[in-house]
Design a protein around this ligand. Structure first.
Ligand code: VGL
Ligand code: ZN
Length: 214
C-alpha cells in the first residue's frame, strides 16, 4: 500500500506498560513494537503525515475486568446489554496507574494526538474509532477526515483485539488500511486468535505489510 506523506496517518495502538512483558495483561514480545514504531513515527513526521497514539484508559471498576463480576475469572465471556460478547480481563490500564503509561522508550515527541478509550465504566473499547457497542464514536474518524487523511497504517498492541477492531473499522470507514506486521504483537487468547485476526483483516481488504516496505 502506497505511503504518500500528508494524506497518511500512523496509528500507534496501546503501547502501554500493562501490555508489555511484566505488565498486568502482558503480550509476548509487546515491547518489540517500540523500535519499529519509533522509526516509523520519525518517517511519517518528516513526510508531513499525522501520528496518533491511543491509550486504553479504564476506571478501576471497569466492566471489562473480571474482578468487577464476582465469581468470574479472566478469560470468561460475558453478555452485556450493548455488547454481544465481552471477554473479561485481569485489571489493566487503570487511569493514572504506571501500567497505563506508555512504554518508557516509545517516542511521543512526534505524536500529534493522544486518544484515550475505554474510560466509560460500562463500556469497553477495542477499536480506536468506535467503542464495543459499535455506536459510541471516539471522534477519531472526524479528526482524520478533518485533516484529509485517506490512508492509515496501524501498529501496536494487541493484534487480535485493539489492532484488529481498529483495522476493521478503518477499512469500513473507507480508509486505505495497512497493518504493519513487524510492529504488532498479539494476546493469543483464545488459541488461534492472532491467525484468525490476520485472516479476518485480510478478507476485509486490510493490507498486511512490513514496515520496511513503506
Ligand atoms: C486490549 C484487551 C483488553 C488491547 C485492551 O489493547 O488490545 N486488549 N484491553
Ligand atoms: Zn482494556
Amino acid at each position: 500500500m502506497k505511503f504518500d506523506g500528508i494524506t497518511s496517518a500512523l496509528i500507534i495502538i496501546d503501547v502501554q506498560n500493562d501490555f508489555c512483558p511484566a505488565g498486568a495483561l502482558a503480550v509476548a514480545g509487546g515491547d518489540e513494537v517500540v523500535e519499529p514504531l519509533n522509526r516509523l513515527a520519525d518517517h511519517f513526521s518528516e513526510a508531513g503525515g499525522k501520528i496518533i497514539a491511543t491509550a486504553d484508559w479504564h476506571p478501576p471498576d471497569h466492566v471489562s475486568f473480571a474482578r468487577s463480576h464476582p465469581g468470574r475469572k479472566p478469560g470468561d465471556a460475558l453478555e452485556l446489554p450493548a455488547v454481544k460478547e465481552q471477554v473479561l480481563w485481569s485489571v489493566h490500564c487503570v487511569q493514572g496507574s504506571p501500567g497505563a503509561d506508555f512504554h518508557a522508550q516509545l517516542n511521543l515527541n512526534p505524536v500529534h494526538c493522544i486518544l484515550r478509550k475505554g474510560f466509560r465504566r460500562n463500556l469497553d473499547s477495542y477499536s480506536a474509532f468506535f467503542e464495543n457497542d459499535r455506536l459510541t464514536s471516539t471522534g477519531l474518524d472526524g479528526f482524520l477526515k478533518g485533516l484529509g487523511i485517506t490512508a492509515v497504517f496501524l501498529g501496536g498492541l494487541a493484534t487480535d483485539y485493539c489492532v484488529r477492531y481498529t483495522a476493521l473499522d478503518a477499512a469500513r470507514l473507507g480508509y486505505r488500511t495497512a497493518v504493519l506486521t513487524d510492529a504488532v504483537r498479539g494476546v493469543g487468547y483464545p488459541a488461534g486468535s492472532v491467525e484468525k485476526a490476520l485472516e479476518t483483516m485480510r478478507n476485509a481488504g486490510v493490507s498486511l505489510i512490513h514496515s520496511r516496505d513503506i
